[in-house]
Design a protein around this ligand. Structure first.
Ligand code: NAP
Length: 241
């Protein structure tokens, strides 16, 4: 099992205080990484930079915290995200902007601002947390879908642009995972039944299953993988008739 770990790695996980992000932060720590979580609200348990990824000055605080602590960055997990689930015609322009800022422009600008520190990292790796909504309509609303689709293409473009600097850039695309974000949907029996009917594995995923996929893409073991989007969906995208 040599090198199936993240020993000595320095990682930032946005949205690292709840749901998929918190579980990913725990997984990276268990594999030997030091982790700095980012969220708007602080939590006591671990190191957290209090920052809103949609605000340029807050993103600069994240950069400063990494500079002060490590001087370089090996792993960025761009996980923070949200949704306002409404039909396109009912989504107010400010709501559309909030979704796109959080799910696409915030992560994209954080990548730009952290690039110099990633470029100084050891075998640096980025994982952007997208969604199957980037590929098919899953009732998430168009703003979330287009933002996540943009995040997947950003992943491919930066994988190419940053390959020369040795920075790998990948994404994961989950289907339904039980977290505080999805609990309001999954707690409705009729909604859950419709979701399971479309899922060949007949269950939703766990944060641990996404954290494992993210951790693998961060490892030096994944050293030839870049520009890839790893779908973790219980078979959803493979289901035809
Ligand atoms: N759960 C699913 O089924 C599912 C499926 C596909 C994709 N995803 C994606 O997976 C990611 C995580 O989802 P989740 O279900 O774990 O969400 P969650 O349980 O709602 O957790 C979101 C995390 O992001 C932080 N956050 C939200 N907005 C932020 C902002 N503007 N700046 C900084 N931090 C922010 C939250 O902390 P604060 O509120 O304190 O800021 C929290 O730590 C998201 O990108 C989501 O789109 C989830």
């Amino acid at each position: 099992m040599a090198n199936w770990d993240l020993k000595g790695k320095r990682a930032v996980v946005t949205g690292g205080t709840r749901g998929i992000g918190a579980t990913t932060a725990d997984e990276l720590r268990a594999l030997g990484a030091e982790v700095l979580a980012v969220a708007r609200k602080p939590v006591d348990a671990h190191a957290v930079v209090t920052a809103d990824i949609t605000r340029a000055e807050d993103r600069e605080r994240i950069v400063q915290a990494v500079k002060d602590r490590w001087g370089a960055l090996d792993i960025l997990v761009n996980n923070a995200g949200m949704n306002i689930r409404k039909p396109w015609t009912e989504l107010a322009p400010y709501e559309q902007a909030t979704v796109v800022d959080t799910d696409l422009l915030g992560p994209a600008n954080l990548l730009r601002q952290l690039h110099p520190l990633l470029a100084q990292g050891k075998a640096p790796a980025v994982v952007n947390v997208a969604s199957v909504a980037a590929f098919v309509d899953v009732g998430s609303g168009a703003a979330y879908a287009m933002a996540k689709a943009g995040l997947v293409q950003l992943t491919r473009s930066l994988a190419v642009e940053w390959a020369g600097a040795g920075i790998r850039v990948n994404a994961v695309a989950p289907w339904y995972i039980r977290t505080p974000l999805t609990e309001p949907v999954l707690s409705q029996p009729d909604r859950l039944e419709r979701i399971l009917a479309r899922t060949p594995m007949k269950r939703v995923g766990t944060p641990e299953e996404i954290a494992a996929a993210i951790a693998f893409l961060c490892m030096d073991k994944a050293s030839f993988i870049t520009g890839h989007c790893l779908v973790a969906d219980g078979g959803l995208l493979s289901l035809g008739l």
